[in-house]
Design a protein around this ligand. Structure first.
Ligand code: PGA
Length: 245
């Protein structure tokens, strides 16, 4: 199966820069035409990016996060129903750490997202301290404990992103990632039927770039990548995709 590339632009690009990125994509249609790409712009650029991508319908667009509520008095936040999108990321470690989101919060967001959009990305992963204390599997178990008993026909991506590899330039080793993905795979196998499992993909994220993507793509069970900083730089993102031709 060809890999899926999810570009998490975080707060890197403003609206103008986001549109500029999309216009570079459309002048490079051949590269993007047969690729599975998902773009997660900042909320303020979402609408413009969606419009600009109408000419490339194979590219999916999503929200980087959603609120626990669908509407109400939540100043500055964004409901999953605020704009129609294909996908939404929940449980990103930056939300868990900076915004102190615990499992209860992530669970509610996961429920909202699974209801509203086609594909939800649930991010999980241990911090460096947890890794050093051999608690990786314990953390994975806890973060997977919020999975619902049914997906109701929706797609779920579980993105394994060790926190110590995000934005640090440190990529986890292939063996380490393979071991954790296999653990995750066994955990979800005990939860879901084969039919549901076929709707679940496993990703890796954490300092993926053009120098690491080829080797990482050989990891068993890996369906795609969640890419942060290297996805917000057109040249770097283009080079990543070129490596995967
Ligand atoms: P990074 O971010 O590629 O910049 O490490 C990955 C992520 O946070 O999803």
């Amino acid at each position: 199966m060809s890999k899926i590339f999810a570009a998490n632009w975080k707060m890197y690009l403003n609206e103008e820069e986001s549109i500029d990125f999309i216009s570079k994509m459309s002048s490079n249609k051949d590269l993007f035409a047969d690729k599975k790409v998902m773009i997660f712009p900042s909320h303020t650029a979402l609408s413009s990016v969606k419009n600009a991508l109408q000419i490339m319908p194979n590219i999916k667009v999503g929200m980087q996060d959603c609120d626990m509520k669908l509407s109400g008095a939540v100043t500055g936040s964004n409901s999953i129903s605020s704009i129609p999108v294909d996908s939404c990321i929940v449980g990103h470690s930056e939300r868990r750490i900076i915004f102190k989101e615990d499992e209860k919060v992530v669970k509610k967001k996961l429920e909202n997202s699974l209801q509203a959009v086609e594909t939800t990305i649930l991010c999980i992963g241990e911090t460096l301290d947890e890794k050093n204390q051999d608690k990786t599997f314990e953390v994975v178990d806890k973060q997977l404990s919020i999975l619902p008993s049914a997906l109701n026909g929706k797609k779920l991506i579980i993105a394994y992103e060790p926190v110590w590899a995000i934005g640090t330039g440190l990529v986890a080793s292939n063996d380490y990632i393979a071991e954790v993905l296999s653990y995750i795979n066994n955990a979800i196998k005990s939860l879901y039927s084969d039919e549901v499992l076929s709707e679940i993909n496993l990703f890796y994220g954490g300092s993926v770039d053009e120098s690491s993507v080829e080797s990482l793509s050989t990891i068993p069970l890996l369906d795609g990548f969640l890419i942060g900083s290297a996805s917000a730089d057109f040249k770097k993102f283009e080079n990543i995709l070129k490596k995967m031709r």
